[in-house]
Design a protein around this ligand. Structure first.
Ligand SMILES: C[S@@+](CC[C@H](N)C(=O)[O-])C[C@H]1O[C@@H](n2cnc3c(N)ncnc32)[C@H](O)[C@@H]1O
Length: 348
């Protein structure tokens, strides 16, 4: 293959990070794919990447070493300029139809996003419904919302419509743009609960398989409530008050203290979670003191605040601080993380 042919053998795809972290996601992608070119679609959040190789090549690279800050990716198989009028809806459907020609059988989910401040006279749900109707009409493919065999991803804006089809695993998340939503419960204690729910999915953990968990920095108690719901015995540590609805729970032990003042029995727990919202180095010192309480092979899920926007350094420092005790399995900025990320470790 000569250089010109190599140039032609490129794939475009759309990458999405949490707002403010696209630059970090791009830095990670660049390390994996040195020839990549980027164009911004939504500043600090969404970008178009143009990469040498095929979609299979790039998804293999990404899955082998999943970037911390890349939340979602979707292939671009076809693109069309926007006219900013009613006709754009028909164009989006036409584009989807074109790339759908070979889709027969199985199930497909349609995900449509319209970039902020894109001037089109319709909403994402109208486009989604129109594309779903077209797919049903044209092929025997079942249109579903979750657990699809394939996802048709359509992105509209700022100047064009982009569409592509991929397997849910290739997108890093089977939620549109990786924006995973959980139902808010009536008596939900804190929004922080969503972080732990998302970590459970992302890291493929099943909290119901654990017996005893310690929650460091537990108040008001969203994480503790999730672990209790999953059937664990939970030791919650926080000088701040836990929500009253938790206090009488028969499987809860509550130390209303600073974590530095608590003594725990050795090898007592198979799960340690910590969402202390503190400087990462101070947090790691406190956690190191508590780590003898976690059994070998036990799991730790810890959030780390990103201080001064030096995320890669923060991860390196924490990995180093814990190196003797914990093996880092994955660091990920989850959709429900704000200026922080979530680390998943296993005790050595
Ligand atoms: C973001 S909140 C935790 C939210 C909790 N995960 C939830 O789901 O409700 C952080 C908590 O860490 C606690 N915290 C901070 N420093 C602490 C320390 N040294 N020891 C114990 N808890 C601490 C704070 O009191 C605060 O309640």
């Amino acid at each position: 293959m000569n250089d010109n042919e190599k140039e032609l053998n490129r794939i475009q795809w759309i990458g999405t990070a949490n707002r403010g972290f696209a630059q970090q996601a791009q830095e990670e992608v660049r390390r994996l794919m040195p020839g990549v070119k980027f164009r911004t679609l939504v500043p600090t959040e969404t970008f178009l990447a143009d990469t040498p190789g095929s979609w299979a090549d790039i998804t293999r690279l990404i899955q082998d070493k999943e970037p911390i800050f890349l939340r979602h990716m979707q292939p671009v198989e076809a693109e069309l300029g926007l006219q900013h009028n009613e006709g754009d809806l028909a164009s989006a459907v036409g584009l989807a139809e074109r790339i759908c020609l070979d889709e027969k059988g199985g199930s497909i989910a349609v995900q449509v996003r319209i970039a902020e401040r894109t001037d089109v006279p319709f909403g994402a749900s109208e486009v989604k419904t129109a594309i779903e109707d077209k797919i049903r009409e044209q092929s025997g493919t079942e249109v579903v919302v979750r657990h699809a065999d394939r996802i048709m991803s359509v992105y509209i804006g700022p100047g064009a419509i982009y569409a592509g089809i991929s397997s849910p695993e290739d997108n890093l998340s089977d939620w549109s743009g990786g924006a995973i939503r959980f139902q808010r419960e009536e008596n939900q204690i804190s929004r922080a609960k969503f972080k732990l729910l998302e970590a459970e999915r992302k890291f493929n953990l099943h909290f119901g398989d654990f017996r005893k968990g310690v929650d460091v920095g537990a108040a008001p108690g969203g994480w503790t409530s999730l672990l209790l719901e999953r059937g664990l015995h939970v030791t919650a540590i926080d000088p701040a008050k836990l929500h009253p609805s938790l206090l009488q729970h028969p499987r809860l032990t509550y130390h209303a203290k600073n974590a530095g003042d608590v003594k725990l029995a050795h090898n007592e727990f198979d799960l340690l979670v910590c969402d202390m919202s503190w400087s990462p180095r101070q947090m790691s010192r406190l956690i190191l003191d508590l780590l003898p309480a976690l059994k070998s092979g036990g799991t730790a899920v810890i959030t780390a605040k990103l201080m001064h926007k030096k995320p890669f350094q923060t991860v390196k420092e924490l990995e180093h601080d814990f190196a003797k005790e914990l093996e880092l399995r994955q660091a990920k900025q989850l959709f429900h993380n704000r200026e922080e990320l979530t680390l998943y470790f296993v005790k050595k």
